[in-house]
Each structure stands twice: as C-alpha cells, then as structure tokens.
Design a protein around this ligand. Structure first.
Ligand code: MHO
Length: 217
C-alpha cells in the first residue's frame, strides 16, 4: 500500500569457516548483514561448549536482508575467506561447512560448490547440509575483538551480553576494530553518520591502524 512502510523480511545463513572470531568480523561489516552470532553447530553432541564441542564446528550465524545482499554474495565471502582445499588437514572444530536453511539456499550452495570445485581443480572438504540446531557460544566469544574496546562498549551502551550478541551496531564495530575493512569501505558506510565526533575518530583510527592486518584469531 502506498505510504505504508514495508516490513523487511530477513533471512538466516550459517557458515563454518575456521575460527569463528574472524567470520564474525568479516560478516559484521558486510552491507546487508544485520546481526551476527557465533556458536557451535553441525554435530550431534548435546550442549556443546568451547572446551567440549564434540563433533560440532565453530560457526557464524547471520541474519541478513536478502534485498541488500544475496545468498550467493554471502557464499562468495565464504569461499574467499577460509581454507577448504583437500590438501589442508582441518579438524572438525574448524571445518568448512554450509548449513542451509531452505531448499533455495541448498540449491544455490550446491551450485556454487560445483563452480568452486571446477575453478580450483581439486576436491573440496566443504560439507553442505541442512541446518538443524545452533548453540550460541559463551559470551566472551561474541564480538570477541570488540570486547577489548571498553570505550566503544560503554559509549554505545553495549552493556549486556544480550546486547553485544544481538545489536547490529556491535556487529559493525567488531568488524571495524579488527581490520576487516579498508578505510574506503568504512567511509562509505552510512552508519558513520550516526556517530558522534569522538566515536567517529576512535573508530576511524582503529580502521587505519588495523587495515591490512587481515582476519586473524
Ligand atoms: N587461537 C585462538 C582460537 C580461538 S577460536 C575461537 C585460541 O587459541 O584461543 O577457535
């Protein structure tokens, strides 16, 4: 109806791609990604924890707006930011894993796997399977890199683990303090218009200092 705000329908994507701190940073600053949460999935062991995750894998659980970013674009970030060739020995904790949430994601993921495999000319270790259950990781793993910036946490009112896990701003800040973005990308993000001068200068300095350091754990 004209004049009426349309409700945004968000979708969910879940990927295992090595240490989940890194994937959290990468997707956190990706336009169209709304929220991120890290946790354990893909296995059968009940109640996994970091110390005892059993047959689960570290995953990033993403809420995204499909009108801004497609599943294919998320997959391209997935393929370009971790190890999954058969030549690398990877333990289950860091497995390359795509957990699809519906048939559409399944089809897109399988197609992109085949394309990736033929481009690389080698067998991939990546496993594609149906999403079953996600176990959020302990609080200290959520927005891990942001948690050492107490100024940002306080200044943005990110005062509870719940807020750190669910706030779209926390997802962005976590990526920007970690070197996941270039200064150019940062300057193009409309979210910087909502920052006060001090927040802006602080964050910009982080981006400058960390640019090029890559996503590490
Ligand atoms: N290098 C890190 C990996 C943590 S991760 C969340 C550590 O040894 O603690 O897998």
């Amino acid at each position: 109806m004209p004049g009426q705000l349309e409700e945004t329908k968000t979708k969910r994507a879940t990927f295992g791609m090595g240490c989940f701190w890194a994937g959290d940073c990468l997707f956190g600053i990706t336009p169209g990604v709304i929220k991120t949460c890290v946790g354990y999935a893909g296995g059968n062991q009940p109640s996994p924890t970091y110390k005892n995750m059993g047959d689960h894998t570290e995953v990033i659980d993403i809420e995204y707006d499909p009108e801004v970013i497609s599943y294919n674009e998320l997959l391209s970030l997935f393929w370009n930011n971790h190890e999954y060739g058969v030549a690398t020995k990877i333990k289950t904790q860091y497995a390359s894993l795509i957990l699809y949430h519906d048939d559409e994601q399944k089809t897109i993921a399988e197609k992109s796997y085949e394309q990736e495999q033929s481009e690389r000319g080698e067998i991939l270790t990546t496993i594609i399977k149906k999403f079953e259950k996600f176990y959020p990781a302990e609080n200290y793993h959520q927005k891990y890199r942001l948690q050492s910036h107490s100024y940002l946490l306080e200044s943005f009112g990110l005062t509870t683990p719940e807020l750190i896990c669910t706030s779209p701003i926390a997802a962005k800040l976590n990526g920007y303090v970690s070197g996941a973005a270039t200064l150019e990308l940062f300057n193009r993000d409309t979210f910087i218009h909502n920052l006060d001068e001090k927040q802006y200068q602080y964050l910009k300095q982080c981006v400058i200092d960390m640019e090029g350091t890559g996503l590490y754990c």
